[in-house]
Design a protein. Structure first.
Length: 156
């Protein structure tokens, strides 16, 4: 982790089949044996999640043709790195800094919200700009107390 509290929270890869992609990581690289694969009805995605060192990997499959990851693959003709989520200590400040330098905010495809908004792990926002074709997500990760509050409100 950097000394200013910023680090890579996760890297999300657009894949056609999360189970098949996970098997390749397990067989060829020897990682992901403790992965969980979960469907997310709200965003209509299936995600295989596992850790490589301190970075969470997410292998993301659209459950519907024309979904977020399906469209990304079709536009490029290949599976690959879709976005990197950067944890930031203060999302409002990080977004203000980015916008002061010319960035614009992008609508979250799952939540249909532009700008900072609640998410199961923290407050998130996306930038319209990409770096090398990679989408940028920022997240202010909940403290343990904030996570408990979020779960209580959501009835989780």
């Amino acid at each position: 982790m950097s000394n200013d509290g910023r680090y890579i929270k996760h890297m999300a890869f657009a894949v056609r089949d999360a189970h098949a992609a996970l098997k390749r990581y397990q067989d060829f690289i020897g990682v992901g044996h403790d992965a969980k694969v979960q469907d997310y009805p709200k965003s209509r995605n299936r995600v295989a999640q596992f850790w490589v060192g301190d970075v969470e990997y997410q292998l993301c499959q659209s459950l519907d043709e024309g979904g977020r990851f399906d469209t990304w693959i079709k536009e490029r003709g290949y599976e690959g790195l879709h976005h990197i989520c950067y944890a930031v200590p203060n999302i409002d400040q990080a977004l203000a800094d980015a916008q002061a330098k010319g960035a614009t905010l992008k609508e979250c495809s799952a939540c249909k919200v532009t700008g900072s908004h609640v998410h199961p792990e923290g407050w998130v926002a996306f930038l319209e700009q990409e770096t090398g074709g990679i989408e940028i997500e920022m997240m202010q990760v909940y403290t343990p107390e904030q996570l408990e509050e979020y779960k209580a409100v959501k009835g989780i």
